[in-house]
Design a protein around this ligand. Structure first.
Ligand SMILES: [Zn+2]
Length: 434
């Protein structure tokens, strides 16, 4: 007898909907078949879509900015993730300069993530190291991480990685098969004048900063090889330019991630009286850029949220330098993206990420032998009217969504059952081959 049977649902399998049953034994998917097996618990999914648990590769839970912390810690953040159908999140370690600090940062984050309801993984994060990079990369592998994030900006806070180091890391990424995540903005085009107000954010961080750096980086990949993943692409023109110059590398060696906020909102929000609530880095772009981005959805390989929630009190300042940049979205990302683009977002929020992060033997699809990370989704267009973040506002309030996540299972256990939260404990996911 198997543990659970999800019967009569429309099951997402390799891009198709099949009316079939999913059987769970322990933590794994035991069978997907129209045949009937005896189960201890039968879940009737009549009228529901059965989807793989989503993976969010870009979250900032409990982010310490020194003077302020993001308000969703691992406990709350992972709970609202589950309400949004996300069963695995990938967060970031603190940026470091050498392999000793990397190990410390890893232990610290592992401790902070203990309360997570769902499974989690980490990206290592590097500043501008003076150490032997190969030793650093080996330490990263030893700790089970196969992604490394760097910044081409934030020189003011010492987080910027030099081009020489990026080139070196690209070469190493080829040798050690890891993914180099880059926050790509040309630092020389960023303006941080203290008199800039929140509505000047697009002046402070112009689209040219993103485009220039992206063009330069794809040039490096063409010349030196390696695997680069550009996080939170905000501007449609960036993708247009990348296609013009190196279409052959796109989503083969140079991967594009974007986030719901850049598809949903444009920079006119920043002109509102409460425009500070919409401040992110990179910023929201013009309506035209937003339309470009939407028309390039097929070139966006991965959708991550960059979930980084703050309260309206924390955000309510006139001057940019006083405002922590970031918004929350993990609870709503699937509903709003599915509303806009339909089923094509499913793989971008599950399978594609599992493959890139080499966790495809565990996560990302409904397949026999994989973890039973499953969501039951009720198609029913509605407007978002509630939010469970520790923040007191959501920029998604009033936004149209395609439906509601009714239930979420993490490794065979309900974490959300008919919209009610149950206490589960996530665990660290290691990349395949570690
Ligand atoms: Zn981020």
């Amino acid at each position: 007898m198997v543990d659970k049977a999800i019967v009569n649902g429309q099951v997402y399998q390799d891009g198709h909907w099949v009316k079939t049953n999913v059987y769970i034994s322990g933590e794994k998917i035991y069978a997907i078949t129209k045949d009937h097996y005896l189960a201890k618990e039968v879940i009737d999914a009549t009228g529901l879509l059965v989807l793989p648990g989503l993976i969010d590769p870009h979250v900032h839970f409990d982010l310490d900015l020194g003077y302020i912390r993001s308000v969703d810690d691992f406990e709350r953040g992972s709970m609202i993730a589950a309400l949004g159908g996300v069963t695995t999140i990938i967060d970031f370690l603190e940026p470091v300069d050498n392999e000793k600090d990397l190990e410390k940062a890893y232990r610290k984050r592992l401790f902070e993530a203990e309360d997570s309801y769902i499974d989690f993984k980490f990206h290592a994060c590097i500043k501008n190291p003076v150490c032997d990079l190969e030793v650093f990369v080996r330490k990263m592998s030893e700790l089970g991480m196969n992604t490394l994030k760097c910044f081409t900006t934030y020189s003011d806070s010492g987080r910027m990685t030099s081009d020489e180091t990026i080139i070196e890391l690209l070469k190493l990424s080829e040798k050690y098969k890891f993914l180099l995540l880059v926050h790509a903005e040309d630092d020389s085009l960023i303006r941080l004048d203290p008199e800039l107000m929140f509505r000047d954010l697009p002046v402070s961080r112009p689209k040219a900063a993103e485009i220039n750096k992206a063009v330069q980086l794809i040039g490096y990949v063409a010349k030196y090889g390696g695997y680069l993943y550009m996080v939170h692409v905000s501007s449609g023109e960036t993708i247009e330019r990348l296609k013009e110059i190196h279409v052959e590398l796109l989503n083969r060696k140079f991967f594009i991630e974007s986030c719901p906020q850049y598809f949903l909102f444009d920079s006119s929000r920043l002109l509102q009286d409460d425009g500070y609530l919409y401040t992110t880095a990179p910023p929201l772009r013009t309506k035209t850029e937003q339309m470009y981005l939407r028309s390039n959805i097929d070139w966006v390989h991965v959708i991550g949220t960059d979930h980084c929630a703050f309260t309206s009190d924390q955000k309510a300042h006139e001057y940019l330098y006083e405002i922590p940049l970031g918004v929350g979205s993990i609870e709503h990302s699937f509903g709003v993206m599915h509303q806009m683009f339909g089923d094509k977002v499913i793989d971008k929020m599950s399978k594609n990420i599992a493959l890139l992060h080499r966790i495809e033997s565990q996560k990302g699809r409904l397949k026999v032998g994989l973890d039973a990370d499953i969501i039951l989704y009720k198609l029913e267009q509605s407007v978002i009217d509630s939010d469970h973040s520790n923040s007191d506002y959501s920029i998604y309030s009033g936004t149209q969504r395609s439906g509601i996540v009714m239930s979420t299972l993490i490794r065979g256990e309900f974490v959300v059952r008919d919209r009610n939260i149950e206490r589960t404990f996530g665990r660290l996911v290691k990349g395949d081959g570690f």
